[in-house]
Design a protein around this ligand. Structure first.
Ligand code: B16
Ligand code: MG
Length: 216
């Protein structure tokens, strides 16, 4: 009667959202336009190519598939330069404590991230050893809100989706968890997390007992 926890990375365990924003903003500016913070919210949890397509739509700019690949590479090179300097100090409050408490309680943990850079981030922030399985943008073909990333995590942890709890900061991620028939703990502001079973400000605000109680 095991349960499992599936963690999003960006915005839940670490604050890489600020680096994504800076790198996308620099790219948009180089193309002669800008986008708002509210628009940036829509990029959270959404994969790299889909994010680029949304930004190009906002700027009213059309690019060929080949040009889009090149632009995504420019953004990613800039972003990787930023995250290469990350340290464990950039892990969000409560993350390490909760992951360790879950492990101590015998609860399995997987990563479920849209990012293709999760390996570098987990290594830089010293979180990698806390996971039983990693599923990221390198292992899936569809982007959140499709549940693929979480379904794969549940499979790797040998746990039925109905006994999995997803931790997400993005609306697309909450939708992915619901589509996967899993419970969802939203991290952040309730208005950005419609459908979550519970919303907390960060991982310091929830306990192993409260998590277990989400599964009946
Ligand atoms: P990359 P998550 C997501 O990470 C980010 O929220 C999203 O903004 C980003 O576009 C996506 O990863 C892809 O990242 O360009 O590094 O492959 O929240 O699913 O952990
Ligand atoms: Mg996220």
């Amino acid at each position: 009667n095991n349960i499992a926890c599936l963690f999003d990375l960006d915005g839940v365990l670490v604050d890489t959202a600020v680096y994504h924003y800076q790198a996308w903003k620099a790219l948009a500016n180089s193309l002669g336009f800008d986008f708002t913070k509210a628009q940036n919210e829509q990029l959270k949890g959404v994969n790299r190519m889909r994010s680029l397509q949304l930004i190009l739509e906002w700027g009213g700019v059309q690019k060929t598939a080949e040009e889009q690949e090149a632009l995504a590479t420019v953004k990613n090179d800039n972003y990787v330069g930023m995250i290469s300097k990350m340290t464990a100090a950039e892990v969000l409050p409560g993350s390490v404590e909760l992951l360790e408490a879950l492990r101590a309680a015998g609860i399995k943990i997987a990563l479920g991230s849209a990012s293709k850079n999760s390996g570098l981030i987990l290594e830089r922030t010293n979180l990698a050893h806390l996971f039983d399985a990693i599923v990221d943008g390198n292992h899936v073909t569809t982007s959140k809100p499709d549940p693929e990333v979480f379904i794969k995590g549940a499979e790797l942890l040998d746990t039925d989706p109905s006994r999995c709890i997803v931790f997400e900061d993005a609306q697309a991620g909450v939708q992915a968890a619901i589509a996967g028939k899993m419970k969802v703990v939203g991290i952040g502001e309730p208005e950005n997390l419609t459908g979550a079973d519970v919303v907390v400000k960060d991982l310091s605000a929830i306990t192993v007992e409260e998590i277990k109680a989400l599964i009946n």
